[in-house]
Design a protein. Structure first.
Ligand code: TYM
Length: 325
């Protein structure tokens, strides 16, 4: 089976962008690929965070992955810092990655603006560690949202540079996008993200979630109820696409274009489907929260079996570098 690797940061609540752009898609891929999924805690320390929160966030992120349907029988799930070879390989990749390639990364530029007081090397080096995450397992496919495509391209470049200098050792991985690779935030303009407080968390209670959907920006040109709208430029319709079936989508699109339904009607249709899908995820998350020993066992077993692969790759890499071993 072909290998898939992907990761998610433990930066607080997982939002519906992460869910439909990545995690829900990962669950499907476990049917046909040999999959490894990782909670990337070392990536998360590139920005300031409350120290006392980190452990809880890592565990909660793992819980959400399991609650969304990832099963340790069908894939490996682990925490990045539990497999130390990721950072070791990142160092080696640092030595084949031009600084200029990292400076032009969109995410680095955005984060440098957001965290002016702490533009650290880790923030710039973030995609190199990401390349190490993927390549240490020689994964050929990386399921991510659209915002990560540039990082996977850099990963391909790193693999190419390494192979050119030290011999063919790594594949050039390809992105796999989900059906909803780019969900905008509730303001309808920026990408849905945790840092911008512009998100709908998948564990939020029904009332809070509805309030966010109810007040979310739609097609800005549709000002009055009687105005016709354009689903193609409406973020609510994009989210609809991720949660609703063809009939509902058709009804919503026709109703919007003819103004026979208002945005609130469209949002009600969406929310019904969203909540139907997310309520069981929330219930499973509650059960897992009460069963953290099980979650720790899954993570330890994931790290154990990933370590075996990672150690082999590092051995091969050290030999390729001509080191004394
Ligand atoms: P993170 O935690 O920021 O995002 C996790 C996944 O969610 C996707 N995503 C979205 N998809 C659609 N719409 C959105 N608004 C949205 N916001 C986030 C992201 O594209 C991502 O797939 N750098 C990675 C973590 C990582 C990684 C890796 C991924 C570290 N090492 C190796 C793949 C392979 C990230 O951005 O995580």
């Amino acid at each position: 089976m072909e290998k898939v690797f992907s990761g998610i940061q433990p930066t607080g609540e997982i939002h519906i962008g992460n869910y439909v752009g990545a995690v829900r898609h990962w669950v499907k891929l476990t049917e046909t690929y040999d999959c490894i999924f990782c909670v990337v805690d070392y990536h998360a320390i590139t920005v300031e965070y409350p120290l006392e929160e980190m452990r809880k966030r890592v565990l909660e992120t793992a819980i959400v992955l399991l609650a969304c349907g990832l099963s340790p029988e069908k894939c490996k799930i682990f925490v990045q810092s539990h497999v130390q070879e990721h950072t070791e390989l990142a160092w080696i990749f640092n030595c084949v990655t031009p600084i200029g390639d990292l400076e032009r990364m969109t995410q680095f530029k955005d984060k440098s603006k957001q965290h002016r007081a702490n533009i650290n090397i880790g923030l710039m080096d973030y995609p190199v560690l990401q390349a190490a995450d993927i390549l240490i397992y020689k994964a050929g496919f990386v399921p991510v949202g659209e915002d990560q495509v540039q990082h996977v391209e850099l990963c391909r470049e790193v693999a190419r540079k390494f192979n050119y200098r030290f011999g063919e050792h790594f594949p050039e991985p390809r992105v796999i996008l989900s059906v909803a690779p780019r969900i905008l935030g509730v303001d309808g303009t920026g990408k849905m993200s945790k840092t911008m407080q512009n998100y709908i968390g998948i564990l939020e209670d029904e009332a809070t979630m509805w309030e966010k959907v109810r007040t979310a920006v739609t097609d800005v040109n549709r000002v009055r109820r009687k105005d016709t709208g354009n689903p193609d430029i409406c973020n609510i319709y994009t989210i609809h696409r991720a949660f609703s079936g063809d009939d509902v989508l058709d009804e919503a699109a026709k109703g919007c274009r003819s103004a026979s339904i208002g945005c609130i009607d469209c949002k009600k249709m969406l929310f019904k489907n969203m909540w139907e899908e997310l309520a069981p995820v929330q219930n499973r998350a509650k059960d897992l929260l009460a069963n953290q020993d099980y979650v720790m066992d899954v993570l330890r077993e994931g790290a154990r079996s990933c370590s075996t692969i990672a150690k082999q790759t590092m051995q091969e890499v050290r030999e390729a570098l001509g080191l004394l071993i």
